[in-house]
Design a binder for this molecule. Structure first.
Ligand SMILES: [Mn+2]
Length: 390
C-alpha cells in the first residue's frame, strides 16, 4: 500500500474518501520544498509566444477585472501595480521537463485524466477571483503564502459576474479558510468554489485533472461510427398508427428515436475504447506547434537498429499524450488522436511510460515487427525523437 503524501492515508484510501468527493488540506505534502522556478523565470515563460499564459489584474479601487491572454510582453509586466495582479502559465510540466518530478507522486491517477501543471505568480492581493472549475485540482504552494477560501460543497450552476472574460462568482460565502505555505497542498474536487489570494509574493502550482464531457464522448463515438460506415440503420416504424394531425411528431416517435440512439451506442460498443483513447490523446491546440516540431520521415527498422547500436537514445515528446487499452483480442496504443495495434501490451507500457528508449528497450521491442512498425510511425509523428548526441 503506497502512502498518499504524509496524510496517513494510502493512495487507495484517498481515492475512496476524497477523490471527486471532498476537499483535503495536506500540510507539508512536499517537505523542504523550494520553488523549482523563480518569478522571473515564470514571467519569461509567460512572454513566450508559443506558451499559453494569462495576466489578470484587478483594479484596487473599482474591483474591476482585466484579462490579457495573448502577446504578453515584458512591457506588460513593467507597467503593473505593486499588488492585485497575477500571471498564470499552462503546461509548464511540458515546457520544463525537470518539473515532471512534481507530477510523479500523482502517477497513481490514470494519465488520461491528467491535464497539466499550471504555475501562477501573484504579488500581495493577487487573485483570479472566486470561481469553480470542472476539474479536480491539487493546489501546491511553492513560494510565499496564499489564503485559500473554499465552499464545503459543490456548486453545480454558479451565478457568474456578467460581461467578463473571466468566470468569477457573483457571490461567494466561504466555509473554510486556510493559509498555505510552501509545501502545503489543497485538493479540490470539481465544482467546489474557491478563492485564493496572495498574502505576499507567491507562486502556486495547480496540478489539474480533466474529464471528457458527455457531448465530447458522443462526438468521438459518432466519428468512430462514421469512419467505419456504421450506424447507418434508419428510424423505422412498422407499428405506425394513423395520424390524427399530419404535422404532429408523436411522443411515440420521440421514444423510438431515443431507442435508435441507444441502438447506435450499442453498435459502437466495440469502438468505444478506441474512440475514447483517440479523444483523450488529442494534442492540446496550444501545444500542436511545439509538438510537431519533432515530426520527420518514416524511418526503417534497419535505420532504428543502427542508431541504437551507435548508442543513441530516443526521447518521448512531452507535448504528446499517450494511452493504451487492452482487451481479449488486441492492444491499442493511442497517441495524438491515432490508434495503433500492438500484439504485446508490455510494449504499449514501454512506449507510453518510458521517457527514454535505450538499446535495452530496443531489444525488447525488436522481438515483434509490429511493435517496431508502431515505433517507426511514432517517430515520424514526432512522438519519439532522437536525442542530440553530445
Ligand atoms: Mn481554480
Amino acid at each position: 500500500m503506497t502512502a498518499f503524501f504524509n496524510t496517513g492515508l494510502t493512495q487507495q484510501q484517498f481515492l475512496e474518501e476524497y477523490w471527486q468527493k471532498k476537499p483535503l488540506l495536506i500540510r507539508q505534502a512536499f517537505t523542504d520544498l523550494r520553488s523549482p522556478l523563480t518569478t522571473d523565470e515564470l514571467i519569461e515563460l509567460a512572454c513566450e509566444p508559443d506558451i499559453e499564459s494569462r495576466l489578470i489584474q484587478q483594479n484596487e479601487q473599482s474591483g474591476d477585472w482585466l484579462l490579457k491572454s495573448e502577446n504578453l510582453s515584458e512591457q506588460d509586466f513593467e507597467k503593473l501595480a505593486a499588488t492585485h495582479w497575477t500571471v498564470l502559465v499552462q503546461d509548464i510540466d511540458k515546457h520544463l521537463a525537470e518539473l515532471q518530478s512534481i507530477i510523479d507522486p500523482f502517477r497513481f491517477l490514470p494519465d488520461w485524466r491528467y491535464d497539466d501543471l499550471m504555475a501562477s505568480y501573484a504579488p500581495k492581493s493577487g487573485s483570479v477571483g472566486a470561481h469553480t472549475d470542472s476539474y479536480d485540482v491539487f493546489l501546491l504552494q511553492t513560494m510565499g503564502t496564499r489564503r485559500w477560501q473554499i465552499s464545503d460543497r459543490p456548486i453545480m450552476q454558479p451565478e457568474l459576474i456578467s460581461g467578463l472574460d473571466l468566470k468569477i462568482l457573483k457571490t461567494f460565502d466561504p466555509d473554510q479558510s486556510w493559509d498555505l505555505a510552501p509545501g502545503d497542498m489543497l485538493y479540490l474536487p470539481p465544482h467546489f468554489a474557491h478563492h485564493g489570494v496572495a498574502l505576499d509574493d507567491c507562486i502556486t502550482f495547480s496540478i489539474g485533472f480533466r474529464a471528457p464531457s458527455k457531448v465530447e464522448v458522443l462526438d468521438a463515438v459518432t466519428n468512430a461510427l462514421l469512419e467505419r460506415n456504421l450506424g447507418q440503420g434508419h428510424y423505422s416504424d412498422p407499428k405506425l398508427i394513423t395520424a390524427q394531425h399530419t404535422h404532429e411528431i408523436s411522443q411515440q416517435a420521440v421514444t423510438e428515436v431515443k431507442q435508435l440512439l441507444h441502438d447506435a451506442i450499442d453498435e459502437a460498443d466495440p469502438l468505444i475504447a478506441s474512440a475514447l483513447g483517440r479523444l483523450v490523446t488529442d494534442t492540446k491546440n496550444s501545444l500542436i506547434e511545439l509538438a510537431e516540431e519533432a515530426m520527420g520521415d518514416l524511418p526503417t527498422a534497419e535505420a532504428l537498429a543502427m542508431q541504437f547500436e551507435k548508442g543513441r537514445l530516443l526521447e518521448r515528446n512531452l507535448y504528446y499524450r499517450f494511452a493504451w487499452n487492452k482487451n481479449d483480442q488486441t492492444t491499442l496504443l493511442f497517441c495524438a488522436a491515432e490508434a495503433y495495434n500492438l500484439n504485446n501490451y508490455e510494449h504499449a507500457i514501454l512506449l507510453t511510460e518510458k521517457t527514454l528508449l535505450t538499446e535495452m528497450e530496443w531489444r525488447l521491442l525488436n522481438i515483434d515487427p509490429q511493435s517496431v512498425d508502431v515505433l517507426c510511425e511514432l517517430i515520424a509523428e514526432g512522438a519519439w525523437f532522437w536525442q542530440d548526441t553530445p
